[in-house]
Design a protein around this ligand. Structure first.
Ligand code: FAD
Length: 437
């Protein structure tokens, strides 16, 4: 009989699926013992990376490291264990007038995962990465020592761990800075763009907005290539809210959430259904421009409203391919990428374009560089490897790179910005795959 800590594990893309040892503990003594007794360990937060970044022979799940340590309400500084979810933080802090400076497109990730991937949001051009608001964290390293890491103490480990994909050790807890908000609502403008020229112009005109993101219909070709909707937003002040929101501006009503009950059969998602979805999504907004106030959940986390939405891709799973192309090559690179996808017939349900501002040179393992980033979901099928190889070539040609936390099949040359993380204790399947490519 297999010991019961060997189990099937997979991340959000349901690809790959592996059988590995996974343990979770909240006793430092036991965590240290686990690290001492094993090699090829990787920390796993909530498995919201898509591929194999938080998989290895021995996985340490931070699920039990889920406690808040302190909250300084005067200065907006929160300290918690690394397995605390961003959703837990928002539940506690939003009613008190605080929000995360940087949040990705799902709130179901842990603080440890946010640091290890150095996640970005819709505001990179204005407010940078998650790490810009990390004051310090504690790290269990390969020797079993707990290091306090900050810009002043163990700074080398601090910077290697930021975006270091769990390869420098296990983050146990962290202290982060939060931003003041007057309401839980966003003042949003959605603007339709007919093609790439228009959406790039809109991004340029919207740089003074804190949050910018565009949904792209990646099956359009010819003069419609790059047809999209830009959504830009600002945290709403209380005085500008309509009356129905301003009476209780920091509290949202609980909403019912549907759940995808089972893995969809393979035939459900194909280029025709993707085309239909894109047509309906673009057509849903009748006028060129809509201005409104929406709650932060709808603005930041539109996908979180359906539980287990990853099951619509079926049992063979899906990958997310996210790349960044330097700003000067942005339009030409995106055009070639979108043409290649449209030609391949491998439609992406979700295609999201964002603008990155200048990167922080100290955070050398972080993915963002100044430019345009596109994230695409692809169902795993027999044609996918070939498409990914073609996209990799284009990204390389235009001087771009791949986001490791989404990757499960890309070429090593696009991912080798990762540095100072080599040690025999902490190794992920992703890192091994990349080193062997
Ligand atoms: C719907 C959706 C939308 C997303 N949108 C965005 C986005 O807009 N921007 C963005 O940047 N990302 C985005 N992501 C990706 C996600 O934010 C990252 O993959 C994040 O790192 C996942 O965190 P996690 O806690 O689930 O960690 P996991 O997925 O389990 O692990 C991710 C990485 O972090 C490491 N890690 C986790 N915990 C620790 C720890 N305690 N110590 C050391 N290393 C650790 C793992 O080893 C692994 O390398 C999105 C993901 C989904 C599913």
């Amino acid at each position: 009989m297999k010991p019961n800590f060997i189990q099937k594990v997979t991340n959000w893309g349901n690809f790959p699926v592996v059988e590995k040892e996974m343990r979770s503990d909240d006793s430092l003594r036991k965590i240290k013992e686990f690290v001492k007794n094993n090699n090829e360990i990787i920390a796993r937060g909530n498995g919201r990376c898509y591929g194999d970044a938080s998989l290895s022979e021995h996985i340490f799940s931070t699920k039990k490291l889920n406690k808040f340590i302190s909250f300084d309400r005067l200065n907006g500084v929160l300290e918690c264990e690394a397995g605390v979810l961003l959703s837990d933080i928002l539940e506690v802090t939003v009613p008190q007038g605080y929000f995360l400076f940087v949040t990705p497109g799902t709130k179901f990730i842990t603080v440890g995962g946010a640091i290890a991937s150095d996640v970005h949001g819709k505001n990179h051009h204005a407010e940078g990465c998650f790490s810009d608001y990390v004051l310090e964290f504690s790290l269990l390293n390969e020797n079993g020592d707990v290091l306090n890491c900050s810009r002043d103490e163990n700074a080398d480990k601090f910077w290697a761990t930021i975006g270091g994909m769990g390869l420098t050790g296990i983050i146990l807890s962290a202290k982060i800075k939060l931003k003041n908000i007057e309401s839980a609502y966003i003042r949003q403008e959605s603007i339709k763009a007919e093609n790439l020229d228009e959406i790039f112009k809109l991004f340029d005109e919207s740089e003074s907005w804190t949050y910018n993101v565009a949904w792209i219909d990646c099956l359009q070709t010819g003069k419609n290539i790059g047809r999209s909707i830009l959504m830009r937003g600002e945290h709403a002040f209380r005085h500008e809210l309509p009356k129905k929101f301003s009476e209780n501006p920091l509290r949202l009503k609980n909403k019912w959430k549907p759940t995808v009950p089972f893995y969809f059969p393979d035939f459900v998602l194909n280029s025709l259904t993707v085309k239909l979805f894109n047509w309906a999504y673009y057509g849903k907004q009748r006028s060129k421009e809509v201005k409104n106030f929406i709650d932060y959940e709808t603005f930041f986390y539109p996908l979180d409203v359906v539980n287990d939405w990853n099951k619509i891709y079926g049992k063979s799973g899906f990958i997310q391919y996210q790349m960044v192309i330097p700003k000067e090559n942005g339009k030409a690179g995106m055009k070639k990428i979108l043409e290649t996808i449209a030609k391949s017939g491998n439609g992406s349900f979700l295609a999201v374009l964002k603008l990155f501002g200048k990167s922080n040179p100290e955070a050398y393992n972080s993915f963002p560089i100044e430019g345009y980033t596109l994230a695409l979901d692809f169902k795993v099928n027999s044609k996918l490897k070939k498409l990914v190889a073609k996209l990799d070539e284009i990204v390389e040609e235009f001087g771009g790179r791949i986001y490791l936390t989404k990757d499960s099949m890309s070429k090593s040359s696009l991912t080798n910005y990762l540095q100072n993380v080599e040690n025999p204790k902490f190794v992920s399947m992703q890192h091994k795959r990349i080193l062997n490519t």
